[in-house]
Design a protein around this ligand. Structure first.
Ligand code: DGL
Length: 260
């Protein structure tokens, strides 16, 4: 079984990183649209075209399922991709429901890219949960650029986050939803800024459980090491320097896993 993880950039690695320890597949394909990242500040139509191109390429690799490891691409394109392709396509949306399930009816700060924050999908989700008065929405587009540059703990990152979070009275919040897969890299810097009552919530594990359900397999540790093929846009990544860059992200994600 070959599963593709697709994102505008390296955010999707945070989902694949989790899958490496809980999804018994034979091979993963990781596709980051590095030629076109960021998606979150483009128009939804532009994102749909980019996702369409990426899917055409992924289909030539005979994948059995695609995880759209990108909240932005999910919001702009997943419905259309499901209409076109007859394989399981699992998308992501900010894990607002999980935040309420875990922490009850208390305030939740939902962070994501501008497309996700301004999209209809999130409005519908919040209306469905009937919890609008407990939800604040915050777009953090610069985190995507910082992550792509592997800048995670600099003064500039900290200053950006402090400023963005300043308007909220954080002692009244139970949690912050990481509604963009690029945001998982910043849990240590965020932890320094957020009071301890604010816990992290993301949709990575839920997405993988949904994929396992769709593929009729049980989430469990894979028996052997899963081979991964990496692509930046449609180019195979095989050079040592580029593989080393990816390895650095994966090691950082190892460290982020224990921060809650
Ligand atoms: N990682 C993507 C997400 O989960 C978006 C990053 C971007 O703006 O390209 O929304």
């Amino acid at each position: 079984m070959r599963v593709a993880f697709f994102d505008s950039g390296i955010g999707g690695l945070s989902v694949m990183h989790r899958a490496l320890s809980m999804l018994p597949a034979d091979e993963f394909i990781f596709f980051a649209d590095e030629d076109h990242v960021p998606y979150g500040v483009r128009s939804p139509d532009e994102v749909l075209t980019l996702v369409d191109d990426a899917f055409r390429f992924l289909m030539t690799l005979d994948v059995n399922a695609v995880v759209v490891a990108c909240n932005t691409a999910t919001s702009a394109a997943v419905r259309e991709m499901r209409r076109r392709y007859d394989i399981p396509i699992v998308g992501m949306e900010p894990a607002v429901k999980l935040a309420f399930d875990l922490y009850g009816a208390r305030k939740v700060l939902v962070t994501a890219t501008p497309i996700t924050i301004n999209g209809e999908k999130i409005k519908r989700l919040i209306a469905r949960l009937d919890r609008a008065e407990y939800v604040e929405l915050l777009a953090l587009p610069n985190l995507v650029d910082f992550a792509e540059r592997q800048e995670f703990e600099s003064d500039a990152v900290e200053e950006y986050l402090r400023r963005a979070l300043a308007p909220y009275d954080l002692k009244n919040f139970s949690s912050i939803v990481l509604g963009c897969t690029h945001f998982n890299y910043f849990k240590d810097t965020l932890r320094k800024i957020l009071p301890s009552n604010v816990r992290f919530v993301d949709g990575n594990e839920g997405t993988l459980r949904e994929l396992a359900r769709r593929m009729n397999i049980k989430p469990s540790a894979p028996r052997g090491r899963i081979g991964v093929k990496y692509f930046y846009s449609c180019r195979a990544i095989e050079g040592a320097a580029e593989l080393d860059r990816i390895e650095k992200y994966l090691r950082r994600l190892d460290r982020m896993l224990d921060i809650d």
